[in-house]
Design a protein around this ligand. Structure first.
Ligand code: NAG
Length: 205
């Protein structure tokens, strides 16, 4: 069964080259993803943010077309989509521009180490699919700072837990350090955090 991995994201399907962002296999029902916000109650209990009236990250994440590839990934990783849906957990989302993701030498679900150990079939079959989903989760986690407001020069670890990141202003720009990634704009400020659109992808491992 071959399905377009992003078939449920009509915006993506419409705007993103299928060459670039179609995983080489179909969705798996038991995998770490959920299709859309059909299920308001997650494993962590009810989040029901809308019932409390405030706008939160899950409401705004998909609004910026310039980052809709990354927004699709956040919906696709259960732990992240629950976090963005939880009004009691603040995050600063570092959302790379579509153009930055498209420029990557490898797709975000590919890891050079998988190819080294497993060869060109690294992402085939059920194991391959799990591997790709794990890599996507790591990619997303590397771009979620688990606090907001995030103060200038405040060193934090992203959800991935790799090296610390911080930001500083320089010549009127915000730069994410240590990778020197320019913040294009702060797209949203809502009850449980902010979405920062960034012009590059973090270098993590
Ligand atoms: C979470 O973000 C909101 C909105 O910016 C802020 O009012 C609140 O103090 C933050 N909570 C924490 C624990 O940082």
């Amino acid at each position: 069964m071959k399905l377009n991995y992003f078939a449920c994201f009509s915006t993506l399907a419409a705007t993103v080259s299928s060459q670039l962002l179609v995983l080489p296999f179909g969705r798996h029902p038991a995998s770490d993803e959920r299709p859309l916000k059909m299920d308001p109650v997650g494993p962590g209990g009810p989040s029901a943010p809308s019932a409390q009236g405030g706008v939160i990250l899950s409401d705004v994440m998909g609004k910026e077309r310039s980052v809709n590839i990354f927004a699709g990934f956040t919906r696709d990783v259960v732990s992240i989509s629950h976090r963005l849906d939880d009004s009691s957990q603040n995050s600063t989302i570092l959302a790379p521009l579509n153009s930055a993701i498209e420029k990557l030498p490898r797709k975000p679900w590919e890891d050079a180490r998988d190819y080294e150990t497993l060869g060109t079939n690294a992402y085939e079959g059920g194991d391959g699919q799990e591997r790709a989903q794990r890599n996507i989760r790591r990619f997303v986690e590397a771009h979620v700072v688990p606090s907001s407001p995030w103060q200038e020069r405040e060193k934090v670890k992203t959800l991935l837990g790799d090296r610390e990141v911080w930001w500083e202003s320089k010549d009127g720009k915000k730069l994410i350090q240590p990778d020197n990634i320019e913040v294009d704009s702060v797209a949203s400020q809502v009850g449980n955090g902010e979405v920062w659109i960034i012009r590059g992808v973090r270098n993590y491992s």
